[in-house]
Design a protein around this ligand. Structure first.
Ligand code: PEP
Ligand code: MN
Length: 332
């Protein structure tokens, strides 16, 4: 249950009520918000006069539920706002990994040329093998920060584990939590303590409920700026890297109040499929698209087969612009 206490309730009394109801508590717009497990269906008599409003749920999708907030939440990434009534689809571009200053500068220049504002590159890569390139770490974060400074871009980069979560929070404008890291509660709880947007990728074996519950860790810790990213599930099919769950996206659009970003690059695993999938994603009326692009994909140190070259990225933007318009959205 979500409970909004009356504005007149002070912090000491709010903490007492939270303890009594075994609730998580945070403050929003000067008001105390309590969240209990969904099993609680009614407010105890001794508290009822202190409650301004309450919502009952069938499961622990609560703060993210559109039964709590019926409109999609608005999230700002620098000067760009998505969600709410904006009908903006943010196109997030950049390489899988930050590899060198020359490479990431080339990506930054591409985005600037196209009038886009959000650069993504990984510095702590969650690789499947310990022998593959693991990312530049702090040096990569500093390169991204330099690009932000020089080109006025917003920076998205991922956290692999809790050891460097604070470095990533400090250096980025949007924190990405990867498909493998999305169950890591050290990361989720640390991201709850900032107000920076957090993009959570769905694990490839994660149910929609588990996915949204990961978001609940961040929301209930007091950070309302959460983005959900579908990036493909593991199915019986091996011809493509993963299977993009567009049915899941439709479900999220119906039930959840968080902006939705789609990542066809990781789902497909091969650059040839990314433009067509991107058109399909944008046609659903989504809040963002995450596309991997590299100045020279064949030399990429991670995810080489799926990254578009820069011409491919330019063409993709041309392709999706009219598709977005046809569903009332604008690429930003
Ligand atoms: C990535 O975004 O480069 C990445 C590693 O993605 P995922 O966590 O979805 O596998
Ligand atoms: Mn990648």
């Amino acid at each position: 249950m979500i409970i909004h206490l009356k504005q007149s309730i002070d912090s000491n009394r709010a903490a007492e009520i939270a303890k009594q109801l075994k609730a998580i508590i945070f403050k929003k717009d000067g008001q105390h918000v309590l969240i209990t497990g969904y099993a609680l269906k009614s407010i105890p008599d001794d508290v009822i006069n202190e409650v301004a409003d309450s919502w009952v749920f069938e499961n622990d999708i609560q703060l993210a539920s559109n039964k709590y907030i019926s409109d999609k939440r608005e999230v700002s990434i620098g000067n760009t706002t998505i969600g709410g009534n904006t009908k903006n689809t943010i196109l997030i571009g950049g390489p899988c990994s930050v590899e060198s200053e020359e490479q990431i500068r080339s990506s930054a220049e591409l985005l600037k040329e196209l009038g886009l504002g959000t650069l993504r590159g990984g510095c702590y890569k969650p690789r499947t093998s310990p022998y593959s390139f693991q990312g530049l770490g702090l040096e990569g974060l500093q390169l991204l920060a330099k690009m932000r400074e020089e080109y006025g871009l917003n920076i998205i980069t991922e956290v692999r584990d809790a050891t460097h979560v604070h470095d990533v929070i400090e250096h980025s404008d949007v924190i990405q939590i990867g498909a493998k890291a999305m169950y890591d509660q050290g990361i989720l709880r640390a991201c709850a303590k900032t107000q920076k947007p957090v993009l959570i990728k769905r694990g490839f074996g994660t149910t929609l409920k588990e996915f949204v519950q990961a978001a609940e860790f961040v929301l209930s810790g007091g950070n309302p700026n959460v983005l959900l990213c579908e990036r493909g599930l593991r199915t019986f099919e091996t011809a493509t890297r993963f299977t993009l769950d567009l049915c899941g996206v439709a479900w999220l659009q119906e039930h959840v109040n968080l902006p939705i970003i789609l990542d066809p690059s990781h789902a497909m695993g091969y650059a040839y499929g990314v433009p067509a999938l991107s058109r399909a994603c944008v046609a659903m009326g989504i809040d963002g698209l995450l596309i991997e692009a590299h100045p020279n994909p064949s030399l990429a140190k991670s995810d080489a087969s799926q990254q578009l070259d820069h011409n491919g990225f330019r063409n993709l933007l041309n392709d999706i612009t009219p598709v977005a318009q046809s569903v009332g959205y604008k690429i930003v």
